[in-house]
Design a binder for this molecule. Sequence first.
Ligand code: SF4
Ligand code: MG
Length: 323
Amino acid sequence: EDVLLRVESLTKSFEMKRGPFKKKERLRAVSDVSLSINKGETYSLVGESGCGKSTTGRLLNQLITPDSGEVWLEKTEISKLSKKQIKPFNRRIQMVFQDPYASLNPRMKVFDILAEPLDVHLNLSKKEKEKMIMEMLEVVGLNEYSAYKYPHEFSGGQRQRIGIARALILKPDLIIADEPVSALDVSIQSQILNLFKELQKEFNLAYLFISHDLSVVEHISDKVAVMYLGKIVESGPKQKVFESPKHPYTKALLSAVPVIGKKGPKKERIVLKGDLPSPVNPPTGCSFHTRCPFVMEICQKKEPFLQSEVNHDHQVACHLTEH
Ligand code: SF4
Ligand code: MG
């Protein structure tokens, strides 16, 4: 397998002022996250909002700098490059956002929206540029007249096609898609997911796919990592994680997804007690211990580390499965 992007022990916290006395506190956004994405595959990050999925995506795209840890794009550690050095690498990692309307400049015509990344990264003649833009519109399923319209003249699904075209026009190796279909109607969601799949095949694209929606993740992923309070608690090939989840949090998430038209034993519904704790003061030991139905004494004191369970590619951070 060909590793495209590798992340080692990525950590990021944010300082914030809270309360009537504006006390300075640190919020743990991402803690010790390691993962690797192969060429042409879809790696999904799942979890509740605030679990650090989006921050991880932004760290990988160099939109924010980590406190510690490394990001490697093939043989280059891109996390230690300067702004100038990183420019040619930036081209290879592009982003698609949740709300295509908010991420498209309303005063720019689609032609100019797509021309912008080309102008930043490539030195093309007007003719070459026009050719690439028209080709890209066709690739994402929009007609040539779209080029001369403004974002507000399109539907939500069409706008996301524009967002995808903008990400794709530089021929990246990896697209980081942060909740790319969650703002869309369910009927449109599957069209856009299918477009992602077609483009992946056509261009050998890898995706880091960020979503809170497990049915979307099941549809699109090759590998899945489940995050809780800034940490990966379980990761592995999609089939293993979905069919034999090991972490109590993963089990709880999956037990809440309705199974449609599938045979086999009915899943036991696991209902989590309590709310998601604050990432400002995450619980000691296992961060999940305040909500875990299987909590033991050791869980409050000792942090379980992500380790292989049964197969080397399926990893879990839980004292129950430690060996
Ligand atoms: Fe639950 Fe303990 Fe496992 Fe954490 S380590 S998930 S609290 S059993
Ligand atoms: Mg988010």
